[in-house]
Every structure is written in structure tokens, then in C-alpha cells.
Write a protein that binds this ligand. Structure first.
Ligand code: 13P
Length: 243
């Protein structure tokens, strides 16, 4: 068996208490392929109940974001210690929806990355270009900048999720060559920085049970970050049972 691949479900701001529990019930019935490690990232308010439901399973719970300070006067935010209290092991950071709607920049994301690592959690660092940036051929420069400013100085493993903004929720997926180009770029980037750390490279954007197999087989990715399809039992069953 090759390297275990990470399948990250990003539920985003979807599902209420009842239908999230129903989805977990269904997902727990699936006999996962041993090739995958499944991480589910629900809305913060769902984390306590979902964490309880996953306690005796192999599925891991993660969060979609956190604050860059451990605690303090930050109304409406969530700190890493509470995430740990509910067994979260991973935190998605720098998602384009946070960069866009919450105006998070690379500097702020880096602060979160550093805090998450110091709390012994694993950041899943999202990078990706807009369609304008891709068309203007500036995408490598943009991605290089995001990597440069967001990657932690310490940590043995780096999880990068390449999510082109133009692919999220649109049904548009880059070609295998385009995904591999970004994998090679990221790998070279880390080597140039003398970062000989393990790279876990995920792809995200309009993944479904149809395109998942090909993306996993024909590109160099080590896993996937899944939005819309992660909310559907039938889709997740096909994805998680694929070896
Ligand atoms: P979709 O799979 O719905 O395109 O979302 C991707 C994403 O943003 C995951 O973080």
C-alpha cells in the first residue's frame, strides 16, 4: 500500500444538528478503504456533538478556522484550546472563502499557522489563485507568495491544499498537468527554502466521486479537500471505498 491519503471533508457553513448527525451515522457505516485517513471539519458549533459521535471511530475531527491568539477579547472567535478539548487534530487555514469574505491576508494566516503548530494541531494551509490571476499568467507568482508568507518555520510535516478559487463550487477542475505543475512548484519551493519536510499536497475544488479517482490516480496529490460532495452520503461512500 502506498502513502495513506488524506480525505478532508470541509462541510463549510452547512448542516444543522439533526442532519449532521444523520450524515455521520451514514458515514460510520461505510467501510473505509485503508488507503485513506478521513478528517471531517464541521462548523464550530457542531464540533462538540460530532466529536462525540466520532470518538470510537477512525475518523478524525478538524476545524475550519481558529483565532491567531490563544484567548482574549476577540468577540465571536474560537480559540485552539477549545478545539483541542473536543479532540480536533487539524485546522483548515487560509481558505479562499476566509481570505475573501473575512479579508484574511497571508500575514494573519501565518500567525494562525504558527499558533496551531505550537498547540500541537496540524494546519491544512490553503493556497490558490483567482481566474484573473490564472489568465494573466501570474498564478505561480501569487502561489509562491502565499507559500512564502504562510508556511511555518517549524514542523515536520506540511499540508498544503491547492484550491484554485475558480474551481471551488463551479464544476471546473484543472487538468492533471495543471495540478501536477502546482505540486512540482510547491515541492521545488520547499526544497529551495531548504525545507526537507514531508509535503502532503491536497487538491480541492469541485471534487466528486466521478473525478476523484482520476485525480488520485493521474496526479501526484496526497489527498483531497472536498466541499459540496462531502455533504452527500452517496458521494462519500464512492470516494471512501475507492482504493
Ligand atoms: P467544492 O468541493 O464544493 O468545490 O469546495 C471545495 C472547497 O472549497 C473545499 O475546501
Amino acid at each position: 500500500m502506498g502513502q495513506v491519503k488524506l480525505i478532508v471533508s470541509n462541510w463549510k457553513m452547512n448542516l444543522n444538528l439533526l442532519n449532521s448527525k444523520n450524515l455521520i451515522d451514514d458515514i460510520l457505516k461505510i467501510r473505509h478503504s485503508e488507503s485513506f485517513k478521513h478528517i471531517i471539519c464541521p462548523q464550530h458549533l457542531l464540533i462538540p456533538s460530532i466529536s462525540g459521535l466520532l470518538r470510537d471511530s477512525k475518523i478524525i475531527i478538524g476545524a475550519q478556522d481558529c483565532h491567531y491568539e490563544k484567548n482574549g477579547a476577540f468577540t465571536g472567535d474560537t480559540g485552539v484550546d477549545l478545539l483541542k478539548d473536543y479532540d480536533c487534530e487539524y485546522v483548515i487555514l487560509g481558505h479562499s472563502e476566509r481570505r475573501n469574505y473575512h479579508k484574511e491576508d497571508n500575514k494573519l494566516i501565518k500567525k494562525k499557522v504558527d499558533l496551531v503548530i505550537s498547540a500541537n494541531l496540524k494546519p491544512i494551509i490553503c493556497v490558490g489563485e483567482t481566474i484573473t490571476e490564472r489568465k494573466s499568467n501570474k498564478y505561480l507568482e501569487i502561489l509562491g507568495n502565499q507559500l512564502d508568507l504562510c508556511i511555518p518555520n517549524k514542523s515536520e510535516e506540511i499540508i498544503i491544499a491547492y484550491e484554485p478559487v475558480w474551481s471551488i463550487g463551479t464544476g471546473l477542475v484543472p487538468s492533471y498537468e495543471e495540478i501536477n505543475e502546482i505540486y512540482d512548484f510547491t515541492d521545488k519551493f520547499l526544497k529551495n527554502k531548504k525545507m526537507t519536510r514531508k509535503l502532503n499536497f491536497l487538491y480541492g475544488g469541485s471534487i466528486n466521486s466521478e473525478n476523484f479517482k482520476e485525480i488520485v490516480n493521474k496526479t501526484k496529490v496526497n489527498g483531497a479537500l472536498i466541499g459540496g460532495a462531502s455533504l452527500k452520503t452517496t458521494e462519500m461512500k464512492k470516494i471512501l471505498t475507492f482504493c
